[in-house]
Write a protein that binds this ligand. Structure first.
Ligand code: NDP
Length: 450
């Protein structure tokens, strides 16, 4: 049995039924062979066994009362995965699909992503199996308050600083911050993604989407190319997708698709971003309403997706930006993209491509930016928000955006140089995994067996 098979087999016993978590672990471990072979310190120090086990896992009950006066109960999580490089940092996800395996995969990815930014942040993730869809503002507030009634005892500006993720935006961050302040009497930077009125950072909202597109631009620059004139498939219609589309337009490219949980939208002349922002404000409307303004656009319901695939990846385009959710791009989708001439994939969502799809991209030799590198701009800018909070400063949009750009460039260089160091030029999966792992593992070794 290889050490990868042994690790996954052990995890299946200690952490049963956590499919997405095994997938994320396998993806990272698959890249580490050349590093582990060149230096046995990591095996001697049992780094693999230590790094796949979270430092702490918190699970809790979230009781709340809905608008009808009925009591609802959800399950909450905060996985404090690794603090070798700094306070735990990573978002909170509110979505009905949330379970321990999903939060653990996200937390595991977060460790290496945060390491790649070069900043002092550890890895964590949290959330709840709460569905915000169709809930009133008052229900969202009561839920967020109940969630914080437990979470507040585990977080702090130098211990654990959560942010947003799917289903958690500025509104939810506001309600949770208010409850933290009420419970503790302290006004401090315990969450990022805050409103600009009271502690938020300019450009944080845009950072993940913009960063993913900057990363694509750096991959193309390496080949003497750029995004100008490129037709781009984008999935999702939330925070990451919207600002990825905005930056694509700014750089002269054309986003021709987006999607939500109801289905896929394709508009061959380019997505009307203003309309998408209006439809999605407050998570109110489904994308199908876009057709009222643009009857020539095509909307495909989820139920009508092709077998084994997703409609969005079946359109011809130069580049793809998956920005919705995990495993939204399968091997069949990857093959369709490649057949239709796609030359670049930059991932805004976390682990949107299955491991088989990733293999197909690497084999085809296209520019492929894995999520832990390509979408690290969000967490990096969260750290810039923490720095502003701690120093009581407020930086301009341009200042934050320039730092974001520089961080994305550094991540690209770090992944690319590490791939070259191990004789795999252009393999940014291997480069990002080894570069992120090495920084965390070396810090763990220096800090002793804790
Ligand atoms: P949002 O909640 O703002 O948007 C998510 C979008 O994806 C929505 O359009 C949603 O549809 C769609 N979606 C979610 N789940 C599914 C599903 N199962 N099937 C189809 N569509 C789905 O979240 P974000 O934009 O913040 O996050 C998107 C991705 O980016 C996630 O993978 C997240 O982990 C990742 N990410 C986010 C960061 C951030 O800063 N926000 C940072 C780094 C990564 P609908 O509108 O119908 O709900």
């Amino acid at each position: 049995m290889t050490y990868i098979q042994q690790t996954i087999s052990d995890l299946k016993h200690t952490s049963p039924a956590q499919t997405e978590f095994y997938q994320a672990v396998e993806e990272v471990l698959n890249s580490l062979g050349p590093l582990l072979e060149s230096n046995d310190i990591y095996q001697k120090q049992a780094i693999i066994q230590r790094i796949v086990e979270p430092e702490r896992q918190i699970m809790f009950r979230i009781p709340w009362v809905d608008d009808n006066g009925d009591i609802q109960v959800n399950k909450g999580y905060r996985i404090e995965f690794n603090s070798a490089l700094g306070p735990y940092k990573g978002g909170l996800r509110f979505h009905p699909s949330v379970n321990a395996g999903i939060i653990k995969f996200l937390g595991f990815e977060q460790i290496f992503k945060n390491a790649l930014t070069g900043l002092s942040i550890g890895g964590g993730k949290g959330g709840a199996n709460f569905n915000p869809k169709g809930r009133s503002d008052a229900e969202i507030m009561r839920f967020c308050q109940s969630f914080m009634n437990e979470l507040y005892r585990h977080i702090g500006p130098t211990t654990d600083v959560p942010a947003g993720d799917i289903g958690v935006g500025a509104r939810e961050i506001g309600y949770m911050f208010g409850q933290y302040k009420r419970l503790t009497g302290r006004y401090e930077g315990i969450l990022t993604g805050k409103s600009l009125l009271w502690g938020g950072s300019l450009a944080r909202k845009e950072a993940t989407g913009y960063g993913t597109v900057y990363f694509a631009e750096y991959m193309l620059d390496e080949l003497g190319d750029d995004l100008k004139g490129k037709r781009c498939l984008v999935s999702g219609a939330g925070n990451v997708a919207i600002y990825a589309m905005e930056k694509l337009y700014q750089l002269g490219a054309t986003p021709i698709s987006c999607s939500d949980s109801s289905g896929t939208l394709y508009h061959h002349t380019g997505i009307d971003l203003k309309l998408i922002k209006r439809l999605k404000e407050g998570r109110r409307s489904d994308l199908v309403e876009y057709l009222t303004s643009y009857p020539e656009a095509i909307h495909t319901q989820v139920a009508d997706y092709p077998e084994n695939g997703h409609a969005i990846w079946r359109y011809a385009a130069d580049a793809a930006f998956p920005c919705a959710t995990q495993n939204e791009l399968t091997l069949d989708d990857a093959q369709a993209l490649l057949t239709n001439g796609c030359k670049l994939v930059s991932e805004g969502a976390n682990m949107p491509s299955t491991n088989q799809a990733v293999e197909a991209f690497l084999e085809a030799g296209i520019s492929y930016g894995p999520s832990k590198a390509a979408n690290a701009g969000g967490v990096a800018t969260s750290q810039l928000e923490m720095a502003q909070n701690a120093s009581m400063q407020k930086w301009t949009f341009i200042h934050v955006d320039q730092q974001l750009k520089q961080i994305m460039k550094n991540i690209f260089i770090s992944a690319s140089d590490t791939a070259k160091e191990f004789g795999q030029d252009g393999n940014l999966v291997l480069g990002a995994n080894i570069a992120g792992f090495r920084r965390v593992a070396d810090a763990m070794i220096e800090q002793g067996v804790v």
